[in-house]
Design a protein around this ligand. Structure first.
Ligand SMILES: [Zn+2]
Length: 463
C-alpha cells in the first residue's frame, strides 16, 4: 500500500542515465519516492490511497528556483526601463521600505502561489528585511507547503558597489542586529516543517558590507553548517568596484572573504571573469543565472556556456517582480536556452536538456538536500510536478524536453507534489485560497504605492 501512485505518464527521471519512461508510474509513500517504473508493473505491485492518472502528461522533478525575492511579488510592474541603481533607489527600495509585516506576508503568499502554480517546488530567498516580518513569511512557507531556503538580508554599509548611498534610508539595517536576527531565525526555523524549511545567510552585494563583516558571515555559515547567497557580478559597476578597491575579480573577492563553497550561491554572475570560472569549479560554488532580470535591467549576458564548460555549477532563477515580472521557471528556461544561441551565434551551445538540468539537478546540488532532490528515483524526496502536454500550443510532442523548454509555460503545470503532499491538482490549489490571495495582493499593491508616495500607472493617457 502506498499513499500516491501516479500512472500512465511520461516520466522524465533525470536519473544518472537520464531515462525517460513511457507509460510510466511513480509510487510515493509518506514524503519519499518508493518506486519508478512501467504502469502495469507498479499497478500490480502497489495499491494506492490516491491514484493520479497522468495520461498525456509529463512527470518530472519540481523546479528549483535559486534566486527569489518574495517581497518583490507585490512590486510587479512597478519599475520598467531603469538601470539597476536607479531601479533600486527610485522604485524598489522606496516601495519595499514602506512594507509592513502584513504586506510581507501577502507578497510571500502571492509569490509562493505563483511559483507552485508554475512548477517550482523549492526556492532560495535572496534576503529579507526585518520589516517584512520574517516569522510571518516563514509561516506562509510552512502552510502553503513549498520547500524553501530563507535568508535574512545582511549589511553594515549603505552602498552598492561604489555607489555609497545606494541603499535608501528605510532599507538600511544595523549589521550587528541583522546578524543576530539571522542567527535567531536559523535557530527558530531551520529544519522546521519536516525539514522543508532551511535558513541560510543573505549578505548584500559587495559595497553593502565590509570585508570583516563578509568574513563573519562566512564563519557563521560554517558554524551552523548552512548556506549563503548573495548577488555577485550582476552589473559592470560591481567589477569596477572590486577592481578599484581590492584589485580583484568577483570570485577573487568572494574567495578572499571566505564566501565560497558547495552551499554558496551567487545570483547573476553576469560579469564573472574567465579566471573566476576556475575558482567556481574548485570551490564547488554555484552561479544562479537569471536571464530575464539581466535583460530587463540591461545588465548583460551571463557567460553560461563558458562557465558550464569550465565545470562550474550553474542553476537558474527568476529573481523578482520588478526585474522579471514573473516567477515562472518554464519561461525562464526558454530564455536561458535561446539567448545564448543568439549571443554566441551557435545553435548547439545550450541544448534544452542542459537547461532542464540547470533548473532541477544543478539547483539541487547547491542545497543541503542535494542527495534527495532533483531526480525521480527510489529513495528521493517526493518533490515532483505533472505537466499537461495535451494542449494546442504543445502538440505534437516529439521530444518532450524540447516541448517543455521551447513551447510550454507555467500554466501548463497541472499537479504539484512537495514532500509527498499534493499542493495543487488539476490546477486547483489545496493549501491556500487562491482567489483571496489575488484580491489581497491587488489591494496591497495600491496601498503601498500610496504610502511610498509614488504614482505608478500607464504611460499612455487614461480616459
Ligand atoms: Zn536579486
Amino acid at each position: 500500500m502506498v499513499d500516491i501512485l501516479l500512472t500512465n505518464g511520461t516520466i522524465v527521471t533525470m536519473n544518472a542515465r537520464r531515462e525517460i519512461v513511457t507509460d510510466g508510474a511513480v509510487a510515493i509513500e509518506e514524503n519519499k519516492i518508493v518506486d519508478v517504473g512501467k504502469t502495469p508493473e507498479l499497478k500490480k505491485e502497489y495499491r494506492a490511497d490516491v491514484e493520479i492518472d497522468c495520461s498525456g502528461k509529463l512527470v518530472l522533478p519540481g523546479f528549483i528556483d535559486c534566486h527569489v525575492h518574495q517581497a518583490q511579488a507585490l512590486l510587479r510592474g512597478c519599475a520598467d526601463d531603469l538601470s539597476l541603481v536607479h531601479w533600486l533607489k527610485e522604485r524598489v527600495h522606496p516601495l519595499q521600505g514602506a512594507f509592513t509585516p502584513r504586506e510581507g506576508e501577502i507578497s510571500s503568499k502571492l509569490c509562493c502561489l505563483e511559483m507552485i502554480k508554475s512548477g517550482t517546488t523549492t526556492f532560495l530567498e535572496s534576503g529579507m528585511h526585518t520589516k517584512y516580518g520574517i516569522d510571518g513569511i516563514a509561516k506562509v512557507v510552512e502552510k502553503i507547503g513549498i520547500r524553501a531556503m530563507l535568508t535574512k538580508k545582511l549589511m553594515n554599509l549603505p552602498g552598492y558597489a561604489d555607489f555609497q548611498e545606494a541603499i535608501v534610508e528605510s532599507m538600511r539595517e544595523d549589521g550587528k542586529t541583522a546578524m543576530l536576527e539571522n542567527i535567531d531565525m536559523y535557530k527558530k526555523w531551520h529544519g522546521k516543517a519536516n525539514n522543508r524549511i532551511h535558513v541560510w545567510f543573505g549578505p548584500r552585494t559587495p559595497g553593502g558590507a565590509t570585508v570583516e563583516y563578509f568574513q563573519e558571515i562566512a564563519y557563521n555559515a560554517k558554524k551552523f553548517k548552512t548556506g549563503i547567497t548573495m548577488h555577485l557580478g550582476e552589473v559592470k559597476d560591481d567589477v569596477r568596484y572590486m577592481k578599484n578597491e581590492f584589485k580583484m575579480t568577483p570570485m577573487e573577492f568572494a574567495n578572499h572573504c571566505g564566501l565560497v563553497g558547495e552551499h554558496v550561491v551567487y545570483a547573476h554572475g553576469v560579469w564573472m571573469a574567465e579566471k573566476d570560472f576556475r575558482i567556481l569549479k574548485e570551490t564547488k560554488s554555484t552561479v544562479c543565472h537569471c536571464p530575464a532580470s539581466n535583460l530587463k535591467l540591461a545588465s548583460g549576458f551571463a557567460p553560461v556556456p563558458e562557465m558550464l564548460k569550465a565545470g562550474a555549477n550553474v542553476a537558474l532563477g527568476c529573481d523578482g517582480g520588478p526585474s522579471d515580472d514573473c516567477y515562472d521557471m518554464i519561461r525562464e528556461m526558454k530564455l536561458a536556452a535561446i539567448i545564448q544561441k543568439g549571443r554566441l551565434l551557435d545553435p548547439t551551445i545550450l541544448p534544452a536538456e542542459q537547461v532542464l538540468e540547470m533548473a532541477t539537478l544543478n539547483g539541487a546540488k547547491s542545497t543541503l538536500w542535494k542527495k534527495d532532490l532533483g531526480q525521480l528515483e527510489k529513495g528521493k524526496i517526493a518533490d515532483l510536478i505533472v505537466v499537461n502536454m495535451r494542449k494546442p500550443h504543445l502538440v505534437p510532442v516529439r521530444n518532450p524536453i524540447s516541448t517543455l523548454i521551447y513551447a510550454a509555460n507555467g500554466s501548463d503545470v497541472d499537479t504539484v507534489i512537495v514532500d509527498g503532499k499534493i499542493l495543487m491538482q488539476n490546477r486547483k490549489m489545496k493549501t491556500i485560497d487562491e482567489e483571496k490571495v489575488i484580491e489581497e495582493a491587488q489591494k496591497a499593491g495600491v496601498e503601498i504605492d500610496k504610502r511610498a508616495g509614488l504614482k505608478i500607472g500607464p504611460n499612455w493617457p487614461v480616459k
